[in-house]
Design a protein around this ligand. Structure first.
Ligand SMILES: [Cu+2]
Length: 344
């Protein structure tokens, strides 16, 4: 369908260009006494109107057809604020955009050259200039300051009881690490990254012993969550559109984002009528050849289910007991206890 539309569009443009060429040649052949080639002027004027109408129809058509794709159902508290800002900005700028473009193309047609026209000398108009300076200044200030206030609220300090989840981007996947039952993520150091320890977790930090590394992200519904975001190699960007969450993952410069998920995965499946619905993180930084594969599932649970899931997770160290040999001897016993490794 789309290919047909594109080919059709190209053909229409080609036909018009052909017509323009023919009419220009005809007027040259006629050697009409006109100083200005009126035919091509008229055709260009018509093109202006045609461009306005066709591009207007295409814009409206695609905005309508893809509406659901840029208005995903919302599943976070702060998302209501950003959605609201988005629509206010879209209405204001959309109104100005449409108005100025209608004027631009209609005037180009209406005021095309005619011999009877004479130019008007119109050097200045203070009243007009004051209006078109002050009105946009006020409107833009309102938009900017309401955006700034929202941004300050969204990027404020996370509540102390927020669930901490580490998100690490690398070529080409996401990894996630949870602090375990002590609620504290262990330190990391890129020098410690090896074939086993993909996160470079520093197990000389006792907080790291019970950290666990699941395959999917689980989050509790209705509770604040703090994403601690980092990248291992190049720039990546955490994008979870249903939560209206987007934050770059930068190597060597950890970032963070906190939010409150408001709908569980089950809630969203019911709302969208899609039994296969899943929240996900995508990467929105073109980070290399495998960029497209950077997808990670997020499952939002009811708080009780979340706690149950969390308590069932096995610390990374318990799953990889061979790694104990790399932990300094004086810490090994503590690590075994903290990771809950049964000592036979
Ligand atoms: Cu990426």
């Amino acid at each position: 369908m789309n290919v047909v539309l594109i080919v059709g569009g190209i053909l229409i443009v080609a036909i018009f260009l052909g017509l323009l060429r023919v009419s220009t040649l005809v007027s040259v052949a006629k050697k009409s006494g006109e100083k200005v080639d009126m035919t091509s002027n008229r055709i260009n004027g018509l093109f202006m109107i045609l461009f306005l109408v066709i591009s207007g129809i295409v814009t409206i058509y695609y905005s309508y057809v893809w509406y659901d794709d840029y208005t995903l159902p919302l599943a976070s508290e702060h998302g209501a604020v950003t959605d609201n800002l988005f629509w206010i900005t879209t209405y204001v700028t959309g109104f100005v955009f449409i108005l100025t473009h209608i004027i631009l193309f209609v005037f180009s047609y209406k005021y095309q050259y005619k011999e009877s026209y004479t130019a008007d000398f119109f050097p200045e108009n203070d009243k007009l200039e004051i209006i078109w300076t002050i009105v946009p200044a006020i409107v833009l200030s309102l938009l900017v300051f309401s955006g700034l206030k929202a941004w300050n609220d969204i990027t404020s300090k996370a509540p102390a009881d927020a669930e901490i989840v580490e998100i690490m981007g690398y070529q080409f996947a996401w990894g996630t690490r949870y602090p375990g039952m002590d609620g504290k993520l262990g330190d990391y150091n890129y020098r410690l990254i090896d074939a086993d320890n993909a996160f470079g977790v520093d197990f000389t930090d006792r907080n790291a012993h019970d950290d666990f590394i699941p395959r999917e992200i689980h989050l509790p519904k209705g509770k604040p969550v703090l994403f601690k975001i980092r990248a291992r190699d190049v720039l990546h960007s955490v994008f979870a559109p249903h939560f209206r969450l987007k934050m770059d993952a930068v190597p060597g410069m950890p970032t963070h984002f906190w939010f409150v998920p408001t709908k569980s995965t089950e809630d969203m499946r019911a709302e969208t009528g899609n039994p296969d619905f899943n929240y996900e993180i995508a990467c929105t930084e073109v980070c290399g050849r495998g960029h497209f594969s950077m997808r990670m599932l997020i499952i939002v649970d009811e708080p009780a289910d979340y706690e149950k899931w969390k308590s069932e997770q096995v610390p990374w160290l318990a799953k990889n007991p061979d790694y104990l040999s790399k932990i300094p001897e004086e810490m090994r016993e503590l690590a075994i206890i903290n990771a809950g490794i049964s000592n036979k």
